[in-house]
Design a protein around this ligand. Structure first.
Ligand code: PEP
Ligand code: MN
Length: 372
């Protein structure tokens, strides 16, 4: 059954019920049935350390004291934030989104790379092979392009997606590409991860439709959106039943004109505190300048992002879109090396064992999670 969209006038009434570790399945089932009979929908999160029930709906009439008095209930809390499913209080452990076998989130650092736009078979396949060789795990490429000017290259559209699928076949890299309109959804049937661009972050009808899909969604932060608005957009997707959302900080509009946008690097730790969803950084759109991509990609890794998305082009000067911010394959290799050396550097053993954060590209090396 698909969950209903929330009535935000009731947003202050959402509750979470934290269960004691020794609760039985029967106790859980009985509590669920009692709550569901009161028209409450339940988000069940069973983690390694905590089991909790997120109660969504009009919980005003639910007797919290009665629940708290149950012997298998540890505590009952009210959740004030308007986002529920995206809220870490509902789901204390990091969510790891599986993009066709590539994990994003948790202890992993995932690199997505490729051209701004798919331009031709040669262009795409050359870049795809180069980013793969450098260690990228997911291939990006725009087929439907949101351009400021209607006279600019609008993307190869459906045939661009065909080429991405071809590049996927050649390299084995899963693909992520942007959707601009619900009516295009059929063309995305074989795409591994659907990107919602900054300009569509608040296209609520699109978000609702993606909530009904069973594919991971990469949700970019809107140009002038607050972190709360961004999480509410994630909530739209999750409310529809699709909980595989990856957030992407890509810079926001500020008074500064030296860079295309201003990378809100502090959004990474803030989002990680507020939400369990993976959050990656796009230093390409954040700066608009190729030479700033490496320092900001390293900053993203240092600040705890779950990955980066970087634009790479075989010949940036000739790129049909976003050439000035696109890296050459050689520059991309340098960025990868810088990230590797940062994440591989053991932290000083102050008060604990040294640890390695590297979890990308080579699964045999394990993940960052649980180390440190
Ligand atoms: C893109 O990734 O190519 C893109 C258009 O990004 P954004 O939506 O962040 O501007
Ligand atoms: Mn671009």
């Amino acid at each position: 059954m698909r969950s209903t969209y929330y009535n935000y006038s009731k947003e202050g009434h959402t509750m979470i019920v934290i269960l004691r570790p020794n609760h039985t399945q029967q106790q859980l089932d009985e509590l669920r049935a009692w709550l569901e009979a009161q028209n409450i929908s339940i988000h069940h999160s069973a983690g390694a350390h905590t089991t909790l029930l997120g109660l969504i709906g009009d919980t005003a009439a639910v007797d919290a004291e009665r629940i708290e008095a149950l012997p298998f209930v540890e505590s009952v809390k009210r959740v004030q934030e308007p986002y529920k499913k995206a809220n870490r209080k509902f789901h204390p452990e990091d969510t790891i989104v599986d993009v066709a076998g590539v994990p994003v989130g948790g202890g992993n650092f995932t690199v997505m790379a490729g051209p701004c736009s798919v331009e031709s078979r040669e262009q795409l396949c050359e870049v795809a092979a180069a980013v793969k060789a450098a260690g990228a795990q997911i291939l990006r490429g725009g087929a439907f392009k949101p351009r400021t000017s209607p006279y600019a290259f609008q993307g190869m559209r459906e045939s661009g997606i065909e080429l991405l699928l071809e590049a996927k076949k050649q390299t084995g890299l899963p693909i992520v590409t942007e959707i601009m309109d619900i009516s295009h959804l059929d063309a995305f049937a074989d795409v591994d991860c659907i990107q919602v661009g900054a300009r569509n972050m608040q296209n609520f009808e699109l978000l609702k439709e993606l909530g009904r899909c069973d594919k991971p969604v990469l949700l970019k932060r809107g140009l002038s959106s607050t972190i709360q608005e961004w999480l509410m957009s994630a909530e739209y997707i999750m409310a529809g039943g699709n909980e595989d959302v990856i957030l992407c900080e890509r810079g926001i509009r500020t008074f500064e004109t030296a860079t295309r946008n201003t990378l809100d690097i502090s959004a990474v730790p803030v989002v990680k505190e507020l939400s369990h969803l993976p959050v990656i950084v796009d230093p390409s759109h954040a700066t608009g300048v190729a030479r700033y991509v490496k320092p900001l990609a390293v900053a993203a890794a240092a600040v705890g992002a779950h990955g980066v998305m970087i634009e790479v082009h075989g010949n940036p000067v000739k790129a049909l879109c976003d050439g000035p911010q696109s890296l050459t394959p050689a520059q991309f290799r340098e960025v990868m090396q810088a990230i590797v050396s940062l994440l591989d550097t053991p932290s000083p053993p102050a008060g604990g064992a040294p640890y390695s954060r590297v979890g990308y590209a080579d699964p045999s090396r394990g993940s960052r999670e649980g180390k440190g």
